[in-house]
Design a protein around this ligand. Structure first.
Ligand code: AGP
Length: 614
């Protein structure tokens, strides 16, 4: 979501902050701003739209205004107020002395605003953040101490925040504070960095302090002091940052999304390497703390997640129920919360999240934790808020995913879920060994099958071109591939803005069939298996209404070939593992349609990589 970068040290802050913000661009934003602060002087620049607009404004500035060694910057994803220049951060108090950038939402901003207005505060923007700027400025007027002002102001705020605060009169410090929004402090020699995520600072330092909820930090060029909620000075560990800057390169691909789609065979190998060594060995999951005794008491499993991670969870329902016979419910995190969910100490609650920072899922996990359920987190980020809430942790090892549209992380989630399901089955003994052995064998051969699909994408590109002018799209499938239909439709919507919907194929006749005519493409996923004939009948129904039919299949006989306008044939694969192969076709289709339409593939409008507000 929004990005924060702060710098204080001996170099030109503007260069470091702008570069840092550019490394956060992938997370999605719609305006940007920066404040460069020196003794009794602050220069603030803002622009709506892309970071280049801000860079352009700054490039026209006089050198003496932008040569400071301290400053804070921000990319904003609009929540309160349009993505305009006036709503862009930084925000200030009336006189412009106190300057703030903020991620998150101040939920009680409307309650605080009238009192501040009575005290003379003039609001220029529609944002919640400006309330925090005025509130801290008032505390500063009383206390004349920026750290104390922030400590006192945050006590009055409800909601989520990661702040960087500066004051013109004391340019030697940045005050940072955090509650339910990510924030790290990168440490260097005579310089320190603040950021909402690692890519912003990885080029400058490999060491960082993770700020925890309700902590406030005073960051100077040569010191970092962290205070807990009660104001005591504490010492947080300095940790090594986990990834290399090379992850942020496109490696010759036109877009990160395409690069990440092509990385998937290696992603599968990476997930499997330490979990499933061969089909004869039991699955190893180092940080999953579910003993046979604990599992024997588990009588239900709840999976909570959002978006693509939710679709991975839906595949998980089919696999885990099949292998463990334990009932599994899957629910969007935003629906799980704010009601009395039935979960107790005998419930295993699985949270799935690429970023580990999705606010809806964090709230859902906290709710489940209160019910004393065992929390198992499946995530790509071991440093995330969700990982820190986990009783058991399953890291998916997908590497950093830059494109807003999740592809390789979905693949890594699926493979991790298969490994987890086998682990649960092996621990509970609910499934015969030969079936589990067969599944492991299938997973181990998956990378080479993915390579077959990825090495010849000509047909998919042609289909993409042919259907790229469609206004709507329907994806149908049944059983374990129903989530693939949902995910394929989500990918297409996200990056091409074509209205696409995934349906269980059997539901077509219960309503959606009314929309079918010769303008409507219907993409059907048909895998050899128990529902094959049923999906084929649903395809016949669609064809009878003149829909344009695209089949993605690993099995088709001569007599049915003519039913389809277009076909993508994938390698032979079992029904259970087929979602991991089918999805690559749908990812490529969405990618090439978006590319033909000239859309911003990696940073689609209105979307953010990690959604840190509820
Ligand atoms: C995926 O393409 C999306 N950008 C989005 O649906 C995403 O999966 C969702 O916001 C959940 O994110 P998470 O996995 O980081 O929790």
């Amino acid at each position: 979501m929004c990005g924060i970068v702060g710098y204080i040290g001996k170099k030109r802050a503007v260069d470091i902050i702008l570069k840092g913000l550019s490394h956060l661009e992938y997370r999605g934003y719609d305006s940007a701003g920066i404040a460069l602060v020196s003794k009794n002087d602050a220069h603030i620049y803002k622009a709506s739209g892309k970071l280049n607009n801000l860079k352009e404004i700054i490039s026209r500035e006089k050198e003496e205004n932008i040569s400071t060694t301290a400053g804070i910057g921000h990319t904003r994803w609009a929540t309160h107020g349009l993505p305009t220049e006036v709503n862009a951060h930084p925000h200030t108090c009336n006189c412009g002395s106190l300057i703030i950038v903020h991620n998150g939402i101040i939920e009680n901003y409307k309650d605080l605003k009238p009192e501040l207005e009575q005290k003379g505060c003039r609001f220029k923007s529609q944002t919640d953040t400006e309330v925090a700027a005025h509130l801290i400025a008032h505390e500063f007027d009383n206390k004349k101490d920026l750290l104390k002002a922030v400590q006192s102001a945050v006590k009055k705020l409800k909601g989520a925040y990661a702040f960087c605060v500066m004051h013109k009169s004391m340019p030697d410090k940045i005050i940072a504070a955090r509650k339910n929004a990510p924030l790290i402090i990168g440490t260097g020699e005579g310089e320190n960095f603040i950021a909402s995520d690692i890519p912003a600072i990885i080029e400058y330092t490999k060491k960082a302090i993770y700020v925890s909820d309700n902590q406030v930090a005073e960051v100077k060029a040569d010191s970092v002091k962290i205070y807990n909620e009660t104001g005591d000075l504490i010492s947080n560990k300095v940790e090594n940052l986990p990834f290399e800057p090379v992850a942020l390169s496109k490696m010759g691909y036109k877009h990160f999304m395409l690069k990440e789609i092509h990385e998937q065979p290696d992603v599968v190998r990476n997930v499997l390497v330490d979990k499933i060594q061969n089909e004869d060995k039991a699955v190893l999951l180092d940080d999953v703390k579910l003993s046979g005794e604990k599992l024997s008491k588990i009588n239900r499993i709840q999976i909570i997640a959002c978006g693509t991670s939710l679709h991975a969870g839906l595949v998980g329902k089919y696999v885990i129920e099949e292998l463990t016979k334990i009932p599994v419910d899957v629910e969007a995190s935003s629906e799980y919360i704010y009601r009395n969910t039935i979960a107790d100490e005998n419930t295993l609650v699985i949270g799935i999240s690429q970023s580990g920072e999705t606010a809806d899922t964090i709230t859902a996990i906290k709710q489940a934790k209160e019910n004393k359920s065992h929390i198992l987190i499946i995530t790509n980020r071991k440093d995330s808020a969700m990982a820190r809430l986990a009783d058991s942790l399953l890291l998916i090892n997908a590497g950093i995913e830059v494109s807003v549209a999740a592809t390789k992380s979905y693949m890594a989630q699926l493979i991790s879920i298969y490994a987890l399901a086998i682990y649960l089955a092996e621990t509970t003994g609910k499934t015969g060994n030969s079936k589990l052995k067969e599944l492991k064998k299938e997973l181990l051969t998956l990378p080479s099958k993915l390579e077959i699909v990825l090495n010849d994408t000509k047909n998919i590109k042609e289909i993409a071109k042919k259907y790229s002018s469609s206004k709507d799209f329907i994806f149908i499938a049944r059983g374990i591939n129903y989530p693939s239909a949902l995910e394929g439709a989500l990918k297409l919507k996200e990056i091409s803005y074509i209205n696409a919907t995934g349906y269980p194929a059997g539901e077509l006749k219960h309503g959606p069939i009314a929309m079918l005519d010769e303008t409507m493409p219907v993409l059907a996923i048909l895998n050899k298996g128990i529902v094959f004939d049923k999906v084929l009948s649903n395809c016949e129904e669609a064809k009878a209404r003149q829909a344009r039919l695209i089949g993605v299949t690993n099995f088709i006989d001569e007599k049915h070939i003519n039913l389809f306008d277009d076909l993508v044939i994938i390698p032979e694969i079992s029904d259970m593992v087929s979602p991991a192969l089918n999805i690559v076709v749908l990812q490529l289709l969405a990618y090439h349609i978006s590319e033909y339409l000239g859309k911003d593939v990696d940073q689609p409008r209105n979307l953010a990589k990690s959604v840190t507000v509820e």
